[in-house]
Design a protein around this ligand. Structure first.
Ligand SMILES: Nc1ncnc2c1ncn2[C@@H]1O[C@H](COP(=O)(O)OP(=O)(O)O)[C@@H](O)[C@H]1O
Ligand SMILES: *[C@@H]1O[C@H](CO)[C@@H](O)[C@H](O)[C@H]1NC(C)=O
Ligand SMILES: *[C@@H]1O[C@H](CO)[C@@H](O)[C@H](O)[C@H]1NC(C)=O
Ligand SMILES: *[C@@H]1O[C@H](CO)[C@@H](O)[C@H](O)[C@H]1NC(C)=O
Ligand SMILES: [Mg+2]
Length: 302
């Protein structure tokens, strides 16, 4: 009787303890990352665009309009992404797209602030010849500010390009997709206009510094190189870099010192071209910092 009573009491005790432990562990997984949200809290709306890795929709989250980037299955390991998202969400700057929340179960959703005027690349293309050097300097300077912040935080973008700068109201420009390239994986037999496989990774060949292609290692100085290419895109209203060369020519000639000529149609000042060439210095340590680029852009003459 006494023994039976104890075993009942032990049974109850252990049941209660395991119940409490189970509840605690559930609470922990749910509250471990307040940025991780359930898919049902997002309402998908109209389609905004599509990239190599998936479709971007307008959405509603907490009754606020947001952008929802959906990633095709297999474009990244959800655990790698969750780790990277922990860092991304700490990046806060007026010229960086703010990460708001994530769903890390596939299909992965990345919820960010919405930028009404879409990508800078599209924005430039529909305004060929209708922007002035001052507008172009303004875009470049805002991007340099966002990048100077990443530089200060010792974070590397890895995919800086006009397609990854977004345009908002009142001439606000913000850098998007920072750090994502580190965790992206693509089927090795798949390529597109911008991204080509190099080793086990994929690279935006025409935006990538030669040393990063060679040793598959990125630094903030590679971002500076890409910024030079972005300047070229801005000054040519969204022209594809190295317009007259195919991928194998780019891979071969750029490491050997080839640099794009000064865009002249329409006019790109000597000052502006000088900044591009500084970014494309073959020796990465001789490239300017983003902090210095912010200053140089302020002094560009037409
Ligand atoms: N936060 C956003 N706000 C508005 N539009 C966006 C946003 N993010 C992406 N887009 C649109 O979706 C398109 C695809 O974006 P993305 O998936 O990053 O591909 P890519 O960088 O290759 O263009 C962009 O070109 C842009 O038009
Ligand atoms: C988009 O850009 C145009 C021209 O710069 C501007 O007039 C318009 O207000 C912008 N639209 C939005 C929604 O920001
Ligand atoms: C690429 O690889 C995938 C998976 O191995 C295969 O299903 C697909 O047919 C391949 N595509 C091409 C173009 O080779
Ligand atoms: C790239 O262009 C060069 C020179 O025109 C040509 O010889 C080569 O076959 C091209 N390569 C590819 C992959 O198209
Ligand atoms: Mg992008």
């Amino acid at each position: 009787m006494w023994i039976g009573g104890c075993s009942l009491c032990c049974f109850l005790k252990s049941t209660i303890i395991s119940f409490v432990l189970l509840t605690l562990s559930i609470m922990q997984t749910v509250s471990a990352d307040p940025w991780e949200i359930t898919r049902s809290s997002i309402k998908l709306g109209r389609r905004l665009g599509e990239g190599f890795f998936g479709v971007v929709y307008q959405g509603l989250y907490n009754n606020t309009p947001v952008a929802v980037k959906t990633l095709r299955h297999g474009t990244m390991d959800p655990r790698d992404f969750l780790k990277e998202a922990q860092i991304m969400k700490t990046m806060e700057h007026p010229n960086l797209i703010q990460l708001l929340a994530v769903c890390t179960e596939e299909p992965i959703y990345i919820i960010t602030e919405l930028m009404k005027n879409g990508s800078l690349l599209d924005y430039l293309k529909v305004r060929v010849g209708r922007l002035h050097l001052n507008d172009q300097i303004e875009m470049a300077a805002q991007v340099a500010s966002g990048m100077a912040y990443l530089e200060m935080k010792k974070y590397i973008h890895r995919d800086l390009a006009a397609r990854n700068v977004l345009v908002g109201e009142n001439n606000v420009y913000k850098v998007a997709d920072f750090g994502l390239a580190r965790v992206l994986q693509a089927p090795p037999n798949q390529t597109n206009l911008y991204y080509i496989p190099v080793g086990k990774a994929i690279f935006p060949l025409r935006w990538t510094a030669p040393e990063a292609i060679a040793n598959e290692k990125f630094t903030i100085k590679c971002d500076v190189w890409s910024f030079g290419i972005l300047l070229y895109e801005i000054m040519t209203f969204g022209e594809m870099p190295y317009p007259d060369m195919n991928n194998s020519q780019v891979k071969q000639r750029v490491p050997n010192g080839y640099r794009m000529p000064r865009p002249v149609d329409p006019y790109c000042s000597q000052d502006m071209y000088k900044i591009m060439l500084d970014c494309w210095n073959g020796n990465k340590n001789d490239r300017p910092t983003f902090e210095a680029l912010k200053m140089s852009l302020r002094n560009v003459r037409g």
